[in-house]
Design a protein around this ligand. Structure first.
Ligand code: CA
Length: 244
């Protein structure tokens, strides 16, 4: 079970980046609302449907319909167990003090790094008793287990190195879709390495040698020339390496 988080942010580029980054991390499911009003509805609906409250809310202050600072006490009152982190371009002391005094747990000033956000988020969640269990990822008859870093394709068991595992996790989460080089690189090596396409060539070859019946004629991990890669898992495709 992944941990549900709510992002309240009107900047689409930031929202999409965080959604991809947190999906690649694998432990979180990030829901996104672009205004204060829709975020309030989402939080209430979640409770009305009997779901676990969001483990954390990531709140921007400069929202189109109101100042995020006004929402801090509301979130605190509505969902006392939720970790509330402010992500804002406003770095003034007065805003930070007001946010923290009215119930926010943390305040990150933009631009922040993904590593810092994740580190602080993990620390808050750990302290609030949320255990981040990363369940096995399953697509068709492919299963990727995080404890053992083993990929199962049907009965076949393939052990992966740490980087191969991270790469496979991104591919499997996006099975069927063409993944641009930059997106894979950002997710696995970080945005600073988004241009290092030679990393990908090396690691994709390693993966192919492990998963493909014929690494020179890949049928699972295909190259999309000039764009990126795609993991093809057809449900009717029988794994030729598998014993019947
Ligand atoms: Ca904003």
């Amino acid at each position: 079970m992944s941990t549900a988080l709510l992002l309240v942010e009107d900047d689409q580029a930031i929202a999409q980046f965080l959604q991809r980054a947190l999906a690649a991390d694998g432990r979180y499911q990030l829901e996104w609302q672009a205004s204060g009003a829709t975020a309030q509805v989402a939080l209430r609906q979640r409770r009305n449907h009997g779901k676990q409250p969001y483990a954390a809310v990531l709140l921007d202050l400069g929202l189109p319909d109101r100042d995020g600072l006004e929402l801090v006490p509301w979130f605190r009152k509505e969902s006392p167990e939720t970790v509330l982190m402010i992500l804002s371009a406003r770095g003034q002391e007065a805003d930070k003090v007001q946010a923290l005094q009215s119930g926010a747990d943390d305040y990150l000033t933009k631009p922040f790094t993904l590593a810092e956000l994740l580190a602080r988020l993990h620390a808050h969640l750990r302290r609030s008793g949320v255990s981040l269990q990363q369940g096995p990822l399953q697509v068709g008859n492919w299963t990727l287990a995080d404890q053992t870093r083993c990929l199962h394709i049907g009965e076949r068991e393939i052990s992966l190195t740490s980087k191969e595992y991270q790469l496979m996790r991104v591919l499997l989460r996006n099975a069927g879709a063409v993944l641009p080089h930059q997106r894979i690189l950002s997710a696995v090596w970080g945005p600073a390495h988004a241009d290092q396409t030679h990393y990908l060539r090396i690691y994709m070859q390693k993966l192919r040698e492990k998963i493909e019946p014929d690494p020179n004629q890949p049928q699972y991990l295909t190259t999309e020339v000039g764009v990126g890669y795609r993991l093809v898992i057809a449900s009717d495709l029988t794994d030729p390496l598998q014993k019947p």
